[in-house]
Design a protein around this ligand. Sequence first.
Ligand SMILES: [Zn+2]
Length: 116
Amino acid sequence: MDADEFINDALAQMFLQIHAQFGDAVKSYWFNDSGVCPGCGRQVGPVKHKGKDAISLNAFIYRKPGVLIGYFLCQRCMKEVFRTAKRTPGQQGPRHDAIEANLIAAYRQHMSALDS
Ligand SMILES: [Zn+2]
């Protein structure tokens, strides 16, 4: 299994779980494969987790069209999001808001590219 297949598989699994939980609130899924971190615009590469290369697949539900969007963060943003989540559980910080806004923009761009 190569990395792309792995990601697709992981995202499909996640989609199935979320679909089972939320039903038709999620209708499809999409992976943001731009290679750019939606938090800060840097390139995303392998992240280190406990000293090992790791893939950190994140996802959020873009509610309006009901799309589960999968994405990678760079190491820095990932750490920041984790830190914020620890400090204020259940609330997302400004970085997270920016990430979601950027992902929504990327998704819309992707969809309009399909239309034309
Ligand atoms: Zn970043």
